[in-house]
Design a protein around this ligand. Structure first.
Ligand code: PMT
Length: 224
């Protein structure tokens, strides 16, 4: 059996994509499959943590032994589910690709085609991890992911600071072997103590490295 070094810790993890309905036929979504977040949940359960997984739509199997799952579709639903559990969590890890925008209106009937272009107005969804960053208690550890295609480390550092987190896991989603859908990832840990690049690794190994880092961040927060 794996070392139970996360026994007694409550982890709240988000995974996968969001789906926003435009009308009864059409959806707006993104490329996240849930593999990265499910790997974090699996590694955490294996190491003895009490895990609550908030999952967007996916066809992945749930990690064995994981008992608390909330299934959601939209960014607003994911926000509500996270807010319900956040206060009791010791650690929040946001691996989901949350919809930044939703269509301003979900039309009750299928939109009919016209000869002109279709203009859809989008409005902002709440930022889940930034809200956690505002509400956090001193002992809570907050870890985000940054999905970037350029200026990867600068953008991740900006998010780390703006969203009041302890660590951002930056991935360049345009690189082969990284990001959406694949079983490996190439990440850099962007923390308040600097950047730590990791080689290409299976997502389960990336997950275990994140959890190792989380433990040391937690120690730092507890002694403060
Ligand atoms: O699921 P896979 O196919 O395995 O793909 C993995 C992944 C590419 C989705 C994953 O590695 C990843 O990068 N996840 C974060 C995707 C993302 O939305 O990144 P972002 O840079 O847009 O957001 C930054 C952080 O803010 C993320 O932790 C995100 O969960 C959070 N966020 C974003 C918007 C929002 N409204 N609320 C949030 O909490």
């Amino acid at each position: 059996a794996a070392r139970q070094d996360l026994a007694g810790l409550r982890l709240l993890i988000t995974a996968g994509t969001n789906v926003e309905a435009l009308d009864p036929v059409r959806l707006v979504t993104n490329r996240a499959t849930g593999k990265m977040g499910y790997a974090v949940a699996e590694a955490a359960v294996t190491r003895g943590a009490d895990v609550t997984l908030v999952s967007g739509p996916t066809n992945l199997e749930l990690p064995k032994g994981l008992t608390h799952v909330e299934r959601v579709n939209t960014g607003l639903e994911m926000y509500e589910a996270v807010m319900k559990h956040f206060a009791l969590a010791d650690v929040y890890i946001g691996a989901a690709a949350v919809s930044d925008y939703r269509p301003k209106e979900t039309f009750k009937q299928k939109l009919k085609k016209t000869d002109g272009p279709l203009l859809v107005e989008f409005v902002r969804n709440p930022d889940i991890i930034a809200t956690c960053g505002e509400k956090r208690a001193p002992h809570q550890v907050l870890i985000g992911f940054a999905a970037e295609t350029e200026n990867v480390l600068e953008n991740a550092r900006g998010k780390l600071i703006r969203k009041n987190c302890d660590l951002f896991v930056a991935n360049d989603v345009s690189k082969e072997g990284a990001g959406f859908g694949v079983d490996t990832n190439i990440v850099t840990f962007v923390g308040h103590d600097g950047d730590e690049p990791l080689p290409m690794l299976p997502k389960i190994e990336v997950a275990n490295r994140i959890l190792d880092k989380m433990l040391s961040l937690r120690e730092g927060r507890l002694v403060k």
